[in-house]
Design a binder for this molecule. Structure first.
Ligand SMILES: *[C@@H]1O[C@H](CO)[C@@H](O)[C@H](O)[C@H]1NC(C)=O
Ligand SMILES: *[C@@H]1O[C@H](CO)[C@@H](O)[C@H](O)[C@H]1NC(C)=O
Ligand SMILES: *[C@@H]1O[C@H](CO)[C@@H](O)[C@H](O)[C@H]1NC(C)=O
Ligand SMILES: *[C@@H]1O[C@H](CO)[C@@H](O)[C@H](O)[C@H]1NC(C)=O
Ligand SMILES: *[C@@H]1O[C@H](CO)[C@@H](O)[C@H](O)[C@H]1NC(C)=O
Ligand SMILES: *[C@@H]1O[C@H](CO)[C@@H](O)[C@H](O)[C@H]1NC(C)=O
Ligand SMILES: *[C@@H]1O[C@H](CO)[C@@H](O)[C@H](O)[C@H]1NC(C)=O
Ligand SMILES: *[C@@H]1O[C@H](CO)[C@@H](O)[C@H](O)[C@H]1NC(C)=O
Ligand SMILES: *[C@@H]1O[C@H](CO)[C@@H](O)[C@H](O)[C@H]1NC(C)=O
Ligand SMILES: *[C@@H]1O[C@H](CO)[C@@H](O)[C@H](O)[C@H]1NC(C)=O
Length: 715
C-alpha cells in the first residue's frame, strides 16, 4: 500500500536537559509526520495516538519513562514531509517510522543509515526497500513481493495466461509491477503494463481504459493508491467494462479503501460488483476486537475514518518501538549522540550541523530485530530480511452490498479456503496442499470463471480437418440431417476438452474430409495439413514416422497406472490433462491421445489349425491380410514389413472384418487383420469368437496435427 504521501514517525529524546529517573530518561519523544486526511495516514494517526496513550498508562512498560508524541502533517507533499522529517531529526531521533513514498524512502533511508537511526515503516510495501541496501530499515507490514506472488497464484489458479495491469506510475506502482511480471513469468503468463500518472484525471483514465480494450486480455490487475483508485472502476463502468467478459483484480489498496471510507459503506458497492481484491490478513483476537470497539467510540466522537488493517500495524509499531527502547535502556541505559564533523554547519535554512549520529543506533536496531511479541496484528517478529514474518492475504470478492472472503494465500501453503496452522509455515512452498478458493461472483454476477480473453475481430478461424468416416463412428461421426451438419464422437470430445482448457479463445471451423461412404485416406488428410489446405486435423490419426516428417503432432504421453497425465504441448500453457480409460485395455484422454499398439486379430476357431502365431508368422504364411481402409496399416505392411500389395484386402467396416475372418483365406476372406488397437478393442468389445494373436508389434499414437505455423500460436 502506498499513498503518495509521506509518513514519518520519529522517536525523539528530548533535549539535553532531559530529566533522568532511576537511570532512565523521564521522557522520550515520538515524532510522526503523516498526511492526516489520507486513508492510511488518518487511521495511522489515531492508532499511534492510542498506542502512545496505552504505553504511557502502564508504568511497567518503559520503567517510568514516558513517550511524548510529536506529529506533523505532511499534507500529501514530499516537500513538506521532508521538511518535517528534518525538523524532527534535528531533535535527535533515535528511531523513525516511515516513510511511504519510495523517492523519500530512499532519501530518508540513506540519512537514517548515516545517522544510524532505525527506520520502521508500518505501510511501505515497496519490495525494493530491502535490508541489503538499507540495513537500518525494518518493515512492520508485508512486502508487495508477497502480494504479487499471491496475485500470480490467483491468476494461475484460474488459468488466465495474459493480464493487463494498470498501475500508478511511481516507485510503489512500478516496483510492484516489476515483481508481478517476475511472478507471472514463472507461470509462463504474460502481462501488459499500463501506467497511470499520479493524480491522473478522469479523461486520462478513460483514455487508458479505452486503449486497453484493443488488446485481447480481459483480466485486469489494478495496483494504485487507496485515495484515488475507485475512480478507475467508475470510469470502467462508464465504458461498460464491468460486464461478464471482464475480470478485475485489485491489490490491497481496494480493501483499505473499502474498510476506511464511510461513504463507500453507504453506497451499495455499485461499480465494484465482481471485483476480487486482497487484504493483509489480521487474525481474530480479543485484543483486536477490543481495539475495534474502542475505535467505534472514537468514530462516534468525530473521527472521520473507519479502522483499516494499517491501523493495527501502526498501533503495533509504536509498541515495538517502546519495547525495543525498553530493552535498549535496560542494557545500555544511555542515549548519546555524536557530532558529525563531515556535515556542513548552519549554512542556509537547513541547519544540517544539528543532525547527529545516534551512538546506540546499532543496539536499538538489534533490539527491534530480536523482538517477539503478540500485537493487534498478530505475532510481531522480523525475519532475516528485516520484514515482518507470516505474510498472509485474505482474498475478498464484492457481491451485492457484501464483501465476502473467498480464501486466503500464504507463502508456504498457497491458496486455501480457510486459515490453518500450515498457513503460518515458513520457507519453500509445500506443494502437498490443495490449491482451492471459494466461489466467486464475477462481474455480471456469474459464478463460472470468465475466460479472460477475447479474439480480435480480424482473426481468421482455424480450419480443422475432420475425417468423415464410414465405420467406427464412435471415434468421429458426421451427421447431416436436413442440411444440419453435426460433428461428434470421442475424438471431437477430446478436441473440445482441449479447447476448453486452452486459456484463451480459439475460433475454428470444421472442414470435412471424405465422403462418409468409405473411410477417407488419412495420408491424404495429413498431406492437406502439410500443404496448408487446412490448419489442423483432429480425429483418429495415427502418428507414424513418415507423417511426422511433414507435420507436427501433439505428443503422445505414455505411462502406466490408473491415471495418465498428458502434457498439452504448448509454449503458453502447462496444462495437464487427465486421461481416462475408454474401453478395456485402452487409455484415452480428455486431453489428447491414444496410445496405440498394432495387433493382429483372427478368428478363435483357427487357434489349433493355423500356423499364425503373431505378425512374423502371418507375414511368412503368404495368406491374405485384411486392413482398414484409409488406415496407416496398409503402407506400414507394404513399406515397413515388405508384404506384397497383392496379399492385402481392404475392409471398410467392422461387419466387413467379421465376414472376411469367418470366410477365411480359402473362401475369399482373410487369415487375419492388422489394425490399430482402438479399433480392435472396439471390434472385440461387440463380438465374441475373435481374439488377438501374438505380441503388439509397433508403437505409435494418435494426436492432433497442425501446420508448424500454428504450433507456436495455439497448442
Ligand atoms: C502493564 O505491563 C505489564 C508488562 O508489560 C503487564 O504485565 C501488566 O499486565 C500491564 N498492566 C496493565 C494494567 O495493563
Ligand atoms: C494542504 O494542501 C492543500 C491543497 O494541496 C491546501 O489547500 C492546504 O492549505 C494545505 N494545508 C496545509 C496545512 O498546508
Ligand atoms: C532487564 O534485563 C534483565 C536481564 O536481561 C532482565 O532480567 C530484566 O527483567 C530486564 N528488565 C526490564 C525492565 O525489562
Ligand atoms: C552509560 O553512561 C554512564 C555515565 O556516563 C557510564 O558510566 C556507563 O558506562 C554507560 N553505559 C554504557 C553501557 O555505555
Ligand atoms: C516464500 O516462498 C519462497 C518460495 O517457495 C521461499 O523461497 C521463501 O523462503 C519463502 N519466504 C518465507 C518468508 O517463508
Ligand atoms: C508438507 O505438508 C504435508 C502435510 O501437512 C506434510 O506431511 C509434509 O511433511 C510437508 N512437507 C514438507 C517438505 O514440509
Ligand atoms: C451473490 O449474492 C447473491 C445475492 O445476495 C447470492 O444469491 C449469490 O449466491 C452470491 N454469490 C456468491 C458467489 O456468493
Ligand atoms: C448434407 O446433405 C445435403 C443434402 O441432404 C448435401 O447437399 C450436403 O452437401 C451435405 N453436407 C455435407 C457436408 O456432406
Ligand atoms: C450432434 O450430435 C451429438 C451426438 O449425436 C448430439 O449430442 C448433439 O446434440 C448434436 N448436435 C446438434 C447441434 O445436432
Ligand atoms: C508415407 O509413405 C507412404 C509410402 O511412401 C506414402 O504413400 C504416404 O503418402 C506417405 N505419407 C505422407 C504423409 O507423406
Amino acid at each position: 500500500m502506498e499513498p503518495v504521501v509521506l509518513f514519518l514517525l520519529f522517536v525523539v529524546v528530548s533535549g539535553l536537559n532531559n530529566l533522568v529517573i532511576g537511570g532512565r530518561p523521564a521522557v522520550v519523544n515520538i515524532g510522526a509526520v503523516l498526511t492526516y486526511d489520507s486513508f492510511i495516514g488518518g487511521v495511522a494517526k489515531a492508532a499511534i495516538e492510542a498506542a502512545v496513550a496505552d504505553v504511557n498508562s502502564n508504568k511497567s512498560v518503559l520503567g517510568g519513562t514516558r513517550l511524548n508524541l510529536v506529529m506533523e502533517n505532511s499534507n500529501c507533499s514530499v516537500f513538506f514531509g521532508s521538511l518535517g522529517a528534518f525538523s524532527v531529526l534535528e531533535k535527535q531521533a533515535i528511531a523513525l517510522i516511515g516513510p511511504q513514498s519510495s523517492a523519500v524512502a530512499h532519501m530518508i533511508s540513506s540519512i537514517s543509515n548515516g545517522l544510524q537511526i532505525p527506520l520502521i515503516s508500518f505501510a511501505a510495501t515497496d519490495p525494493t526497500l530491502s535490508s541489503l541496501e538499507f540495513p537500518f530499515f525494518l518493515r512492520m507490514t508485508h512486502s508487495d513481493s508477497y502480494q504479487m506472488a499471491a496475485m500470480a497464484d490467483v491468476i494461475d489458479y484460474y488459468g488466465w495466461r495474459q493480464v493487463i495491469a494498470i498501475f500508478v506510475d511511481d516507485d510503489y506502482g512500478r516496483n510492484g509491477m516489476y515483481y508481478l511480471d517476475d511472478e507471472l513469468a514463472k507461470k509462463m503468463s504474460k502481462i501488459y503494463k499500463i501506467a497511470l500518472p499520479v493524480k491522473a484525471t478522469r479523461d486520462k483514465i478513460l483514455d487508458v481504459l479505452q486503449k486497453s480494450r484493443m488488446i485481447g486480455p480481459r483480466v485486469y490487475v489494478v495496483h494504485v493508491t487507496p485515495d484515488s483508485g475507485l475512480e478507475i472502476f467508475s470510469a470502467a463502468q462508464d465504458l461498460q467494462m464491468l460486464t461478464e467478459e471482464y475480470v478485475w483484480l485489485a491489490t490491497d489498496w481496494l480493501s483499505t479503501t473499502l474498510d476506511t471510507s464511510e461513504s463507500i459503506g453507504r453506497n451499495p458497492l455499485g461499480y465494484l460488483q465482481g471485483v476480487v481484491g486482497f487484504r493483509q490478513y489480521v487474525r481474530q483476537s480479543n485484543e483486536k476486537d477490543a481495539f475495534a470497539s474502542r475505535w467505534n467510540v472514537l468514530h462516534k466522537g468525530g473521527l472521520v475514518f473507519n479502522l483499516n488493517t494499517y491501523g493495527f500495524y501502526a498501533y503495533d509499531t509504536v509498541w515495538a518501538v517502546a519495547l525495543a527502547i525498553n530493552d535498549f535502556l535496560n542494557e545500555s541505559g544511555n542515549i548519546t549522540f555524536s557530532s558529525n564533523s563531515k556535515l556542513p554547519t548552519s549554512k542556509g535554512k537547513m541547519q544540517l550541523g544539528k543532525l547527529k549520529i545516534f551512538d546506540g543506533g546499532s543496539l536499538l536496531h538489534k533490539k527491534l530485530l530480536s523482538l517477539k511479541f503478540t500485537g493487534l496484528s498478530g505475532p510481531v517478529q522480523f525475519d532475516s530480511d528485516n520484514n515482518l514474518i507470516n505474510s498472509i492475504y485474505e482474498i475478498i470478492n464484492v457481491n451485492g452490498s457484501m464483501v465476502h472472503t473467498v480464501g486466503y494465500w500464504s507463502n508456504y501453503s498457497g491458496l486455501s479456503i480457510s486459515i490453518h496452522e500450515s498457513s503460518y509455515g515458513n520457507g519453500q512452498r509445500n506443494l502437498s496442499f490443495n490449491q482451492v478458493l471459494g466461489r466467486v461472483a464475477w462481474p455480471g454476477g456469474k459464478t463460472e470463471k470468465p475466460r479472460g480473453w477475447v479474439v480480435a475481430n480480424n482473426e481468421k478461424p482455424l480450419r480443422i480437418g475432420v475425417p468423415y468416416r464410414a465405420s467406427y463412428l464412435e471415434f468421429v461421426t458426421v451427421t447431416n440431417k436436413s442440411n444440419m451438419v453435426n460433428v461428434s464422437g470421442y475424438c471431437i470430445d477430446v478436441f473440445k476438452a482441449i479447447i476448453n482448457i486452452i486459456p484463451y479463445d480459439v475460433s475454428y471451423q470444421y472442414v470435412l474430409f471424405g465422403n462418409g461412404r468409405s473411410n477417407p485416406n488419412y495420408d491424404e488428410l495429413v498431406n492437406m495439413v502439410a500443404e496448408d489446405v487446412i490448419d489442423a486435423a483432429i480425429g483418429d490419426i495415427a502418428i507414424v514416422t513418415n507423417r511426422t516428417k511433414v507435420v507436427d503432432f501433439t505428443q503422445p504421453y505414455i505411462s502406466t497406472g490408473l491415471v495418465i497425465l498428458a502434457p498439452i504441448k504448448s509454449i503458453k500453457s502447462n496444462a495437464w490433462v487427465f486421461l481416462r480409460p475408454f474401453t478395456v485395455g485402452m487409455w484415452c484422454m480428455t486431453g489428447a491421445f491414444f496410445f496405440l499398439i498394432g495387433v493382429v486379430i483372427w478368428l478363435l476357431e483357427h487357434r489349433l489349425s493355423s500356423p499364425i502365431k503373431g505378425i512374423d508368422s502371418l507375414i511368412a504364411s503368404n495368406e491374405p491380410i485384411g486392413y482398414q481402409v484409409g488406415s496407416f496399416a496398409q503402407s506400414y505392411l507394404i513399406y515397413g514389413l515388405n508384404v506384397h500389395q497383392s496379399r492385402l484386402v481392404s475392409l471398410g467396416s467392422p461387419e466387413a472384418y467379421e465376414e472376411a475372418l469367418r470366410r477365411g483365406p480359402q473362401n475369399g476372406g482373410v487369415a487375419a487383420i492388422v489394425d490399430e488397437l482402438p479399433y480392435v478393442e472396439m471390434f472385440l468389445s461387440k463380438r465374441s469368437g475373435f481374439g488377438i494373436v501374438g505380441q503388439p508389434f509397433t508403437r505409435s499414437g494418435w494426436g492432433f496435427l497442425l501446420h508448424t505455423r500454428y504450433k507456436a500460436v495455439y497448442f
